[in-house]
Design a protein around this ligand. Sequence first.
Ligand code: PHE
Length: 339
Amino acid sequence: MSTETALDQLKQLTETGLAAIAEASDAAALEALRVQYLGRKSELNGILRGLKDLPPELKGVVGKESNLAKKALESALKERQESLGGGDGASETDPTLPGVRPPVGHEHLLTSTSELILDVFRGLGFSIARGPDVEDDYHNFEALNIPKDHPARDMQDTFFAAEDIVLRTHTSPVQIRTMKKTPPPIRMVFPGRVYRRETPDATHSSEFHQIELLYVDHGVTMRDLKGVLTQFAQQVFGDDVDVRFRPSYFPFVEPGAEVDISCFLCKGSGCRVCKQSGWIEILGSGMVHPNVFRHVGYDPETVTGYAAGMGVERIAMLRHGIPDIRLFFENDLRFLFQF
Ligand code: PHE
């Protein structure tokens, strides 16, 4: 073999090898090329093995060129392997290595808290309905006895989507929608998202969730309300929890009351959570206002009813000692995975 022929052969095989490597589309193709160009039976290996039979004057130059070709092919293989995203190739194909567990999610704490609350009311004979997040002024305010210019509108600063179209500020409009299409008796709960123009802080968020309660029938009294709320409080916060009403004002109920539970942490003796009072406010409630019944076509002389509304975030924060409402919406997995 002449020097020229051997060097030509080396140049040829290096060029075709490098081109093929550059085009290899996966790890398996690369491995096949490694065998073909650098393996024991490869052309290059043949040349290297034949070196010893070459005359001394050829040995040097052919040997040097062969080594350069080998290095070029090796580094091209390595580079291509990296650009295909492979490691050393072994980890992709070794079936004996332990698998990588895919991350599996679970219910959001707000979902599980809602379900817990809804389950209590299901057990008490309530059924569930939902209403739209985008409401009109009539359902969100007017029919709930909150006329235009009424100062109570400021109690819940409102996001307007258009004139007279709002993002609902509470779930109470679902009371109206439900009573308009169903005659009494009604015993229902309405879960959903509500919106208020608030500056977010540890206890305020411009989006949160409520669960509304509505029971209308002949002869419903505030005693029935207290009974149901006591059941609810004990199932959610513990058997020894007590309930009390504090008079309060909501335009769509009369009388209206805020409902406190006795502090489930200190059992009433006073602690940080109940601000030393022994009581924790958990919801608003009252007897459905006669004007609300008139708006939906019910006769306030023949039916009575109670309504209540609670914040789901607040219940979850109390149950789990969560200090900041914004944690529910940040979707930081370090928070979410704890529940
Ligand atoms: N809708 C009231 C609120 O969002 C809560 C409420 C519901 C009060 C039903 C009384 C009766 O604050």
